[in-house]
Ligand binder design. Structure first.
Ligand code: CMC
Length: 425
């Protein structure tokens, strides 16, 4: 039986349907609000606004829960491969052995990128940020692979192309930026190992695949694979709602992820920790973060949804310790991060604002340990997030209620006035 919320406006009473998700989250369905009442809602940053119903990812920000298709992220990080997680997110269930083999074959078949794309890379200025390059290259895929994306089969091929080629493109961009020869994907290597090999193998120093490094990357990617309606995923859904091709929608997601308040925070955290290491100024950094007249924020801290410790950050912190220990690396930034966390978590400001480390706080330390350059951290986030973006885009285009995204506004500009010719102004 549908429940309703009563809205009294003027001398009339309206009933708005109340919806409930499988985990008990309640929402007022306001889709007919303007039509019935003439009112719209206003919600900066969409803090109280749901943009869709989704069966992909569940988060509970108060309890620190994250599940993909019902499975806790902790279990997936411990036991699953990234390929399994990608399949789970996109198709709704973990693959059988047969489905997994078929998926792996398809990913291998589509792992190469058109040789002409190399010329693009070669013409970006050397100092270009890898996120700008990745976003452009993913958009350019449509020109190189113009196949239609109408039938289920066509969509599946595009999705597989993207999942496989994004890895190749990212590694290619790194090699070319260093002036090195591109390393091609190898069908005998699994998804994560294949990427590492393309990044670091060279004719003078063959890359030795280390299972601990592969595991660290696998966990990093699994933890980033989806996070429901965040900024970049919303960008993918909104851009996709205009029925643009999937490459363009994902390219928009990559651009959105680049920002330092979102995926770009992992690079910003390492820059902040490096600065602290140089100036030995933890207390000044904490004071700056609390100062309302200073736009500086403690990077890697706080989250729109999590008001407790981000469950991904817990796993990432353990992984940072484990990988440094296994690789016998001593990274002073880990000690600084731990000290900064300890100071912040005892500080009244951070306690009152429910600010805890998020996934980006320790992830850069893991990425540094496995050899990823700092300016590629957000690219690593993007590769990990791709299955989530694809799953969310697919869910949106399959939803019969899905419409062109077109928010309203409250106009606050001047009332109608006359054009004044330039000499009379
Ligand atoms: N340092 C200092 N103060 C903070 C921080 C921070 N990192 N984050 C939030 N606050 C304060 C903010 O100043 C505000 O204070 P007040 O209410 O007194 O004015 C209050 O907390 C609420 O902030 P908000 O900006 O309204 O909250 P939000 O939900 O929009 O913020 C956030 C979410 C992630 C943008 C923010 O916490 C932030 O800027 N964090 C640093 C950047 C970062 O680490 N981003 C990565 C997020 S996790 C990866 C991902 O999924 O994208």
């Amino acid at each position: 039986m549908t429940e309703y919320v009563k809205l009294i406006f003027g001398d009339r009473e309206y009933e708005l349907p109340l919806l409930e998700g499988t985990e008990g989250e309640k929402a007022i369905d306001i889709s007919r609000l303007r039509q019935d009442t003439g009112l719209i809602t206003l919600d900066y940053g969409f803090a109280s606004t749901g943009s869709c119903a989704s069966a992909i990812t569940f988060m509970d920000g108060e309890k620190g829960i994250l599940r993909y298709r019902g499975i806790p992220v902790e279990q997936l990080a411990e036991h699953a491969t990234f390929k399994e997680v990608a399949y789970l997110l996109i198709n709704g269930d973990l693959p059988t052995r047969e489905q997994l083999t078929r998926f792996s074959v398809l990913l291998n078949d589509h792992s190469l990128v058109h040789e002409d794309m190399r010329h693009f890379f070669e013409n970006f200025p050397r100092a270009s940020h890898p996120m700008g390059i990745l976003s452009s290259m993913v958009n350019a895929l449509k020109s190189f692979y113009p196949a239609l994306q109408s039938t289920e089969e066509e969509i599946n091929i595009t999705v597989t192309r993207l999942l496989s080629k994004v890895r190749t493109l990212a590694a290619m961009s790194y090699k070319i930026s260093r002036g090195h020869k591109v390393v091609y994907p190898r069908p005998d290597l699994a998804y994560c190992a294949n990427f590492l090999n393309m990044m670091f193998d060279s004719p003078v120093k063959p890359y030795a695949i280390d299972e601990d490094v592969v595991k660290a990357l696998r966990v990093f990617w699994i933890l980033h694979a989806d996070h429901e309606q965040n900024c970049s995923t919303s960008a993918v859904r909104i851009v996709g709602s205009g029925r643009v091709n999937l490459y363009a929608a994902i390219s928009a997601g990559i651009a959105a992820l680049w920002g330092p308040l979102h995926g770009g925070a992992n690079q910003a955290v390492i820059e902040m920790l490096t600065d602290i290491a140089e100036h030995d100024n933890i207390s000044q950094v904490i004071e700056r973060a609390k100062d309302k007249n200073d736009p500086f924020r403690l990077m890697g801290f706080g989250h729109r949804v999590y008001k407790t410790y981000d469950p991904r950050a817990k796993i990432m912190k353990r992984m940072a310790h484990r990988i440094l220990e296994k690789l016998r690396i001593s990274d002073p930034l880990l000690d600084i991060a731990k000290e900064l966390e300890e100071v912040a978590l005892k500080d009244d400001y951070f306690i009152a604002h429910n600010l805890y480390p998020n996934v980006d706080f320790y992830s850069g330390i893991v990425l540094r340990a496995i050899g990823i350059p700092t300016n590629m951290f957000t690219v690593m986030f993007a590769i990990g997030r791709l299955p989530g973006w694809v799953a969310q885009w697919k869910e949106s285009i399959d939803d019969p209620r899905w419409k062109l995204s077109r928010p309203r506004q409250i106009y606050t500009g001047p009332l109608e006035r006359k054009y004044v010719p330039v000499d009379e102004r």
